[in-house]
Design a protein around this ligand. Sequence first.
Ligand code: MN
Length: 500
Amino acid sequence: MTGPIPALTDRANRAAERLAAADHVLLASHADADGLASAAVGAAALERAGIPHDVQFADQLDEATIQRLASGREDVVFLTDFGSGQLDDVYAHLDPEATIVADHHQPLSPDAVPAGAPATAEYADAPYHVNPLLVGLDGARECSGAGATYAVARAIAERDPPAALGPEHAIQPGSDPDPRNRDLAALAIVGAVGDRQREDGELVGANVAIAAEGEAAGVLTTETDLGAYGTQTKPLPELLAHADEIRVPGVATDRNAAARFLDGLDLKLRTDGEWRRWAELTGEERQTVASGLCQRAIQRGVPAERIDEMVGTAYTLSGEEPATQLRDASEFATLLNATARYERSAVGLAVLLGDRDGALEEATDLLAEHRRNLSRGVRWVEDHGVTIESHCQWFDAGSEIPATIVGIVAGMAVGADGVDPSIPIVAFAEDGDEVKVSARATGGLVRRGVDLSEAMATAASAVDGSGGGHTVAAGATIPPDSTDEFVSVVDDVLATQLQT
Ligand SMILES: [Mn+2]
């Protein structure tokens, strides 16, 4: 059997073979939604195969982290969702013959391999290196860390399939565990969606094949639906008012405008005074709301391609309770990110592995806390205002907003009182001895030429910092007291970008 990512089969088989021979495995994974999903896929496969293991998380795989991993007594280390970019440090401290890497980040270039390290060929062809980029697949778009780990998990089951699994191995309350590990595909999809691998609202490439295995295993459904975040848990007016994917004038303005629009639809969208949620509507009701949105969008002159963006593919974990945070892959990923952001990745892992009691409750509390911190942050920006330059606006939150969330706050602040939605926003926050910078733009600005990745990189290097990211969202770390110069370079770069 070749599996959903045929090109990775040989590598996955070798990794499975090595893991099966281990006395004890230390699985270490990246502390974000995809990293947590990767860890769950790997840990479930090891558990089901009876291979003893521990799981740890880290924000980054720096040398200190690798040293810590190397000091454990475990004979095999299994790195998921990181490792490929740090192979020099990894092999400096860990035996290549006892180190498995399942990752989708850019592998360390052979040119960057230091003298004295294992031969160059061992980096590209390291014995246990499972990465879509090594076999010509796009690791940013079509296979996440959880996808690469899924290839290994599947190979473990295929090598030595357990006859049957007990209910303690179930990852979704409403589904049976699959001895072939195909049910773990649902978690791989949560990882891919959490890493924003969707394009125009749907997964592509290897991820499609992984999703198909989840569907065949009865743990996942994919369907064309409203491409908005929050279809399972958000009351309808909130869903339509705040989804980035659906910006219908006169509806997305605020909650009241969205409620007025919904009230005009001749549907019964409230139960006992409470707004229903999208996931609770019948197919016909959804159709009515969707046509209403399209009509309104056309009337208000929204271009056709923007209207197309309102539709996407929903990835539903069919064994989870409807209208819960775990039912939709994006909402699940949000819950995982909340646990990771507050250094409680183990809680997110427990939820992924099927804990629907204590861990789910704690994760839900963390998410609620996270949302409170975000709204507190946005209120702070509203109270203190932003400084408007020619081509951007900025605020310096100092220690008032944690550096870990200031970027999200900046994005949310666009549309708040006193913030200009027509220019990018740049946010500063204290981060230890340094200053963390986060910048956000809109899709419209990117279409007009804005590239925040370039702006952050250029301005950061002007002040001896470092920066980069994506066109629409980017960041930098800079020395303290360099914010004025930083802003002025950003403004110049944006001026050039908007001219061309
Ligand atoms: Mn990842």
